[in-house]
Write a protein that binds this ligand. Structure first.
Ligand SMILES: [Zn+2]
Length: 241
């Protein structure tokens, strides 16, 4: 075990108030592509950049194109939790981890057994009618084609995910801030910390055990107390309870 991972092990062993903040990198290790890493294939298939497609106005004006992208790139019903999800769930069950705050929308933390999961950008598993509000599971999207519609009123069913131009849930943000303020150890993983609101939220942490685990350097490496370079799954799976 390398020295940085040993230090992380010590901090985890000594704490009962760990908070984890995760980004897309946590999900890419389950095979879910980060839509921001645009590939050549994408350019051939879509006429608009992802930031345009995944916006509130685009959902309204180009619903069919939105759902084509969404079904293709944003939902992965086959995906399974990886060792990072599993270890975080174990840490919660052991009473050591208080919350997972995530920018991911895939529900893999809950699938791994985590209970206190704050999904800042919503979840593909929750969907609702844009007119009457009726709730629908993900199957409403995956088992339909074109624009998914409400059984009751025929209006468009949309995912409960935060699109560009849409506001974050402030109650959820305040809960996240409260966890971050009181955390003893804060582990930030799989995020370059450039996507809103990640970088801003981390500022609320007041402790001296800020751990960054990422494959590449991040904007906050200077502020971190411990920087571990590598796969979040490989690193967390070395931790023992
Ligand atoms: Zn409806």
């Amino acid at each position: 075990m390398d020295q940085a991972v040993k230090t992380l092990q010590t901090w985890i062993s000594e704490s009962k108030n760990i908070v984890f903040f995760g980004g897309a990198g946590v999900s890419t290790e389950s095979g879910i592509p980060d839509f921001r890493s645009v590939d050549g294939l994408y350019h051939q298939q879509y006429a608009y950049p992802p930031e345009t497609v995944l916006s509130h106005s685009f959902l309204r004006s180009h619903s069919e194109e939105f759902y084509r992208f969404y079904r293709d790139k944003m939902i992965a019903p086959w995906a399974k939790p990886n060792p990072a999800h599993a270890k975080l769930a174990e840490l919660e069950q052991a009473g050591k981890l208080q919350a997972v705050i995530t920018q991911n929308i895939d529900g893999l933390h809950q699938m791994a057994g985590s209970r206190q999961v704050l999904e800042l950008h919503g979840s593909v598993h929750r969907n609702y009618c844009s007119k009457c509000g009726r709730s629908y599971p993900i199957s409403r999207i995956t088992e339909s084609s074109g624009i998914p519609v409400c059984e009751d009123c025929g209006s468009m069913v949309r995912p409960d995910v935060v699109l560009y131009e849409e506001a974050l849930d402030m109650d959820l943000m305040n809960r996240a801030i409260s966890y971050l303020r009181s955390a003893d150890v804060l582990i930030v993983g799989g995020t370059s910390l450039v996507v809103y609101p990640a970088a801003g939220l981390i500022q609320y942490y007041r402790g001296n055990k800020l751990v960054l685990i990422n494959k590449s350097p991040t904007a906050l490496d200077q502020k971190a107390n411990l920087v571990i370079s590598g796969s979040i799954g490989e690193i967390l799976s070395q931790i023992t309870l």
